[in-house]
Ligand binder design. Structure first.
Ligand code: SF4
Length: 269
């Protein structure tokens, strides 16, 4: 059972270190897509309530007014929504993302990354922005694997359809393959299926630090044959993945961006 809290925020735009962005617009805290590898679980620490990640959403209902005021004089690139997915199911009801888009300074460069095909609802408002990049996360095109790692998000194929539609509308689109799920993400298949509909592909490695327990439980339960491989993930594995991505980028003639932050610093065992 998901708990919804309507709250009033003091501010919704903040500086961010997310690559390629200057500003984060933060109006949902929490995300019911419930991905087991989600890096945002740490946001639970700042809440008085005790629900687990995936079981609550704090809705900053005054966000549209604040966005108008706070974005007026901002320059650079803004990214929606840094405390959860901008197009998670609750946005069908609250439509906060639409209202934020209506009020956001259209001179800002805008970047949106989601796991939901609901993004196509707002095509009319994306046209307000001269510089906008729209991304869909796809970590696998195998729906059975998706259900294990991203249980309550739209299907990978629905996301692929959304990419097609956004491309047809003439937007800059990209796919974010992140995190790569070792031995499960089929990079070649993703390149083959998405290349016609994207301007570039981005890749991220799997950071086990915030989700080690959840990932290992999921592997043990659903892919027991991979248990030892996950226990023995090495830097070499990720260096090989980088090589594979670069080769695929050349073969499919697509620009690639690799964000392997954790290779080299993470103890895998
Ligand atoms: S969609 Fe993004 S924010 Fe939401 S649970 Fe998944 S990884 Fe976390």
């Amino acid at each position: 059972m998901v708990k919804i809290y309507e709250i009033k925020a003091r501010s919704v735009i903040h500086k961010t270190k997310i690559p390629g962005a200057d500003w984060g617009v933060n109006y949902y805290r929490g995300c019911t897509h419930g991905c087991i590898y989600c890096y945002l679980k740490f946001l639970c620490r700042w809440r008085k309530q005790k629900e687990k990640w995936g079981e609550f959403v704090d809705v900053k209902i005054n966000a549209p007014g604040l966005v108008a005021k706070e974005s007026k004089d901002k320059e650079g690139t803004a990214i929606l929504c840094t405390g959860g997915d901008a197009y998670q199911p609750i946005d069908k009801e609250y439509q906060l993302t639409r209202k934020v888009l209506q009020n956001l300074n259209p001179n800002l460069k805008l970047s949106i990354l989601t796991k939901s095909n609901l993004i196509t609802r707002d095509i009319d408002l994306f046209k307000r922005f001269k510089n906008i990049k729209l991304g869909l996360t796809i970590t696998t095109l195998d729906e059975n694997i998706k259900k294990v790692f991203e249980p309550f998000s739209p299907s990978s194929h629905a996301r692929l359809e959304a990419l097609k539609k956004l491309k047809q509308e003439g937007f800059y689109t990209y796919v974010f393959v992140g995190p790569i799920l070792p031995y499960l993400t089929d990079l070649e298949e993703i390149f083959r299926e998405v290349s016609p509909f994207v301007n570039h592909l981005s890749f991220e490695d799997l950071n086990l630090n915030p989700c080690r327990k959840e990932v290992f439980e999921a592997i043990k339960k659903n892919f027991p044959e991979l248990e030892d491989k996950y226990k023995n993930l090495s830097k070499e594995f990720w260096f090989e993945k980088q090589k594979e991505i670069k080769e695929l980028g050349k073969r499919f003639n697509k620009p690639i961006r690799i964000y392997f932050k954790h290779t080299g610093s993470l103890k895998f065992k």
